[in-house]
Each structure stands twice: as structure tokens, then as C-alpha cells.
Design a protein around this ligand. Sequence first.
Ligand code: NAX
Length: 327
Amino acid sequence: MSDPVRVAVTGAAGQIAYSLLFPIASGQVFGPGRRVILQLLEITPVMSALEGTVMELHDCAFPLVDDIITTDKPEVAFRDVNWALLVGSKPRTKGQERKDLIRDNGPIFVGQGKALASVAAPDLRVLVVGNPCNTNCLIARANAQKVPSDRWFAMTRLDHNRAIAQLSQKTGVPAREIRNVIIWGNHSSTLYADVSHATVGGKPAREVVGDDAWIAGEFLKTVRQRGAQIIEARGKSSAASAAVAAMDHVRSFLEPAPKRQWTSAAVVSDGSYDIPEGLIASFPVRSTGKGWEIVQGLELDDAARAGIKSSIDELLEERETVSDLLG
Ligand code: NAX
């Protein structure tokens, strides 16, 4: 048996973590033969609630779990971790401006970036889920310069999955037969969900849908506003679907992607598609098993160009808002 994988999860007493920790512990993410050590970070006032979650984890008697560490110190949570799932952040309060949320949560990622750089394993990979996830990831990375740029991800997989789900419901074709949608830009209501290269049951998505107005209108609006719709209906933000997306994300980067297939993830831009270098923006990406690459050479129509531009403009504005936190 290989060494256990050490996985840090922050915000471990929160609702996404509650749907995420049990599948990780059961082997659904890193595989049924891979032992796992969970390293759970919370803020001090929430440590007792975290103990409740940990009691439940113990009560599952998961054979793959070697240890569960709980702490309110990032340097303890991130020691020797191979994956850091940064879920914890303060939720947006009623009426709070996005800019204020960014200022509120940004400092968390300064400290966590520094701690990751100083104590994590050399093969560290980081997935930022806590919002605003692209900019939080930008801040953490800026404070962890020694962690290579290909190790940083912010999660747009939920948006990607939501786009697949909308196409599936519209066409009646199961999600498993829908490939190569793309989420571009920011994980926010400015994201651009692009179906120009997507296939549904092996045929071009546009052809199968046969309704360009729906693609440009309701489809895009739904993917952008799904989070708000869920809060409206459930009274709470999406949690289980976010946890599944985080698991999908990690799994997508453990194995090589099938031929000519990709997923969406926000990664450090290398300037592809004229997206400024260094921004954490969502792209079509493929895992090679050992690493990953941005899918190159895809043609963008005018709508995609405009959609990407406005999302990137928002990311540039967010970067400006946190410029003092970028090391
Ligand atoms: P919860 O409020 O249930 O849990 C967040 C937890 O983070 C809390 O227990 C809190 O104590 C903890 N926390 C706060 N500051 C911390 C710090 N400095 N260190 C460690 N833990 C800290 O929120 P939940 O529903 O679990 O959502 C977590 C984050 O995911 C939020 O920022 C949310 O907006 C974001 N989301 C991101 C999504 C994405 O697709 N990228 C989708 C789902 C979700 O909206």
C-alpha cells in the first residue's frame, strides 16, 4: 500500500465540508486502495461543532482513514498535505456588496497561502472553493510564491456541472453523454458558459438543442444564477452539489482525461485566449495524469469573446480591490 494521502479541508464544520468529508474518507475521491489522513481547519469558536462532525467520521469506522487531525491553526492543518481544499470563508451577509465580501475574506487567504508555502508537501495541490474563489486563490498564490503555478485551482466545476445539467434537461440526453462545455472567467454571475464546442450524444450541442435563443438567454442566465435560485428555494446555499463538484474536480486531475475531452477549472492564466497572465480564470483544461494543460486553439465566437471579456474585467477589478494583499 502507498503512503496515505494527506488532505486538508478548511471550513470543516461548514455545510459543504459535511457533504465532502465522508466521501473522501470512504475512498470515493482518492480511490478504494488509498489510505487518507484528514487535516481539518476551523476557526476557534467553531471547534466544538467540528468535534461533532469528527465523532460522526469516527463512527463510520472507515477502513482507509489513518488519522483525523483538527485544529484552528493553518500551520498544523497544512503540515505535509498533498491536497488542500480551501472551503472555509465568511458567507456573504444580506445586502453585502461583493467588494466588501472580497475585502472581508481576502486576509484569510494571505495567512493560509503563507502557511501552505511553509509546511505543505512538495506535491501540494490547492483547490479554493470559498468565495470569491478566483480572487481568494489569487491571494493565496501570491503569498505562497514557492508553490509552482500549476498547483493552484479555484472551483468552477459546479458551474460546469450546472451547464451540463441544463443541456441534459433541455435535450433529454443523460448527463454522461454531454461533453466539452466550457466555463470561462470568474466563478460569479459574469461567468461565460460556452457550448460552441460541446457535444450532446456525440453531436454538436447547438444542433441537438436547436434553439440558439435559449442558449444565449435562459441557459446562460440559469447557469449564472443557479446559486441564487438554490438559496431562494432551499433557504441555504448549495452544499451537496458543491461538494460533488469539488470531488469531481480532484478526480479529474488524478487521472489523464479521456481523449479530446476536457473539464473547466480556474487556473493561473498563461495568457492563452488573451486572458491576462497570472489571473486565476476559468478555462477548458485537460489532465495529463501528472499535470494538466489549457486546451488550445478553440475558436471563439463574438458572444464568447464579449462574455469572456466582461468576466475578465470583473477579475481585474477584484485584483485591484485586493492589491495590498498580493504580497
Ligand atoms: P458554511 O458557512 O456552512 O461553512 C463555512 C465554514 O468556514 C464555517 O464553518 C466557518 O467557521 C469556516 N471558516 C470561516 N473562516 C475560516 C477560516 N479563516 N479558516 C477556516 N475555516 C473558516 O459555508 P459553506 O456552505 O460550507 O460554503 C463555504 C464556501 O464555499 C463559501 O464561501 C461559499 O460561498 C463557497 N461556495 C463556493 C462554490 C463554488 O462553486 N466555488 C459553490 C458553493 C459555495 O457557494
